[in-house]
Design a protein around this ligand. Structure first.
Ligand SMILES: C[S@@+](CC[C@H](N)C(=O)[O-])C[C@H]1O[C@@H](n2cnc3c(N)ncnc32)[C@H](O)[C@@H]1O
Length: 320
C-alpha cells in the first residue's frame, strides 16, 4: 500500500448521538473491519442529520471565502488558495478558473475522474454531487454533446451546484434531488457512475451498490473515491462527530469490493490509495465541527490505534 499525504477530506457539521448510534450499529458491535456487518436499511434520522450538517458546512465555506476543508483538515494552518485545495484533492492540472467556487465548497476525498477514459458524448452520473466540482470536471470531458447528472439530497448543495454550473456555462449539467439508495435515474441509462466521499455516509450501502448496477448501461463503468477503514474502535464508530466526517460509517475495502460484486459489477479493483496519518484524521474530525483540543485529546489513543488503517480508496469496475 502506498501512502500519499496529498489528501483532501470529507467534512460536515455537528452530529447527534442518534446518528452516532446508527454508525455503531453499522459496525455490528465488532472492531474488525473485515468482520463488520454492513447495515442494510436506510436510517432516515441519520440521513436527515447528514443533510443538515452538509448544508451548514457548505454555508461556512461560502461565508468564510476560504477553503474550509483544506484550512482545517489538510494542515494548511491558514486560509488556503483554491489551487491549493484542488491540488490537495489530487485535482492538479484539471483546475482552472471555471472551477473556483465549486472547489471552494468541495468535500471530497479524492479525484474519481482523474485518468478516467470518459469520452465526449457520454453520460456521467455523480452520486452525492455536493457543490459540483466533479460535475464540472465531467462536463469538460463529455463536452456539450454529452450529459452530466448530479444527484444530491441536500437542497443547499443542489442550489450551489446549479449556480456553479451556470457560472461555468456547463449547460450539459443537470441536478436532480434524490437519494443514492433510490436514484432518480432510468435503468441502464448512464455510461459512468462517479462519486466522491459519499457512499460511506449511506446507512444502506448494498442498496447504493444495487442502484449503481441498475443505472449503468451494459459496459458502463464506475469510478468512486471514498474513505474506507480496516479497523475502527468503538470510540470512533460511536463518536458523535465521526459519522458526518465520513469515518464512522465507513466500511472496509473488502466489504466495498464484495458489495459491488454482489450487486453484479465486474472487474472491481482499487486503483489508488491515500492513507491518513493520525494528525490528518484528527484534522478531519476537527474540520468544520468545532471539535476542540480536549475532545481530540480524548480520542488520542483511538486515533493512534488506527494510524495506517483509514484511507481514501479509488474503486473502479464495469457492468457487464
Ligand atoms: C462529503 S460530501 C461530498 C460532496 C461532493 N461529492 C464533493 O466531492 O465535494 C457528501 C455529499 O453527499 C450528499 N449525500 C450524503 N448522503 C446522501 C444520500 N444518502 N443520498 C444523496 N445524497 C447524499 C450530501 O448532501 C453531500 O452533498
Amino acid at each position: 500500500m502506498t501512502t500519499n499525504n496529498q489528501n483532501s477530506c470529507c467534512s460536515g457539521g455537528s452530529q447527534t448521538d442518534a446518528a452516532a448510534d446508527t454508525a455503531a450499529d453499522t459496525a455490528a458491535g465488532t472492531d474488525t473491519g473485515t468482520e463488520q456487518t454492513v447495515a442494510t436499511h436506510v436510517d432516515e434520522q441519520t440521513r436527515a442529520e447528514v443533510s443538515k450538517n452538509y448544508a451548514e458546512a457548505l454555508k461556512r465555506t461560502q461565508q468564510s471565502g476560504e477553503i474550509a476543508p483544506a484550512k482545517s483538515c489538510c494542515g494548511g494552518g491558514g486560509p488556503a488558495t483554491e489551487a491549493t485545495v484542488a491540488q490537495l484533492a489530487g485535482y492538479g492540472l484539471m483546475m482552472d478558473d471555471d472551477l473556483g467556487s465549486a472547489a471552494q465548497s468541495s468535500f471530497g476525498c479524492g479525484n474519481p475522474l482523474a485518468f478516467q477514459d470518459v469520452q465526449p458524448g457520454q453520460t456521467v452520473l455523480d452520486l452525492g454531487s455536493g457543490a459540483g466540482l466533479d460535475l464540472l470536471i465531467a462536463a469538460k470531458k463529455v463536452g456539450f454533446e454529452g450529459k452530466v447528472i448530479g444527484v444530491d439530497m441536500t437542497d443547499e448543495m443542489l442550489d450551489a451546484a446549479r449556480a456553479n454550473a451556470q457560472k461555468a456555462g456547463a449547460t450539459q449539467v443537470e441536478l436532480r434531488k434524490g437519494v443514492i439508495e433510490q436514484l432518480p435515474v432510468d435503468d441502464s441509462s448512464v455510461d459512468w457512475v462517479i462519486s466522491n466521499c459519499v457512499i460511506n455516509l449511506s446507512t444502506d450501502k448494498p442498496a447504493v451498490f444495487r442502484e449503481v448496477a441498475r443505472v449503468l448501461a451494459p459496459g458502463g463503468r464506475f469510478a468512486v473515491s471514498d474513505i474506507v477503514v480496516e479497523e475502527l474502535p468503538d470510540s470512533l464508530r460511536q463518536h458523535a462527530v465521526a459519522y458526518s466526517a465520513c469515518i464512522g460509517g465507513a466500511i472496509s475495502e473488502t466489504e466495498y469490493i464484495v458489495g459491488l460484486e454482489a450487486a453484479g459489477l465486474s472487474d472491481v479493483k482499487v486503483t489508488e490509495r491515500m492513507v491518513y496519518t493520525t494528525d490528518q484524521l484528527a484534522g478531519i474530525l476537527t474540520c468544520d465541527f468545532g471539535l476542540d483540543e480536549a475532545a481530540i485529546s480524548e480520542l488520542g489513543e483511538a486515533l493512534k490505534s488506527v494510524e495506517g488503517k483509514v484511507w481514501s480508496a479509488k474503486f473502479s469496475g464495469v457492468r457487464n
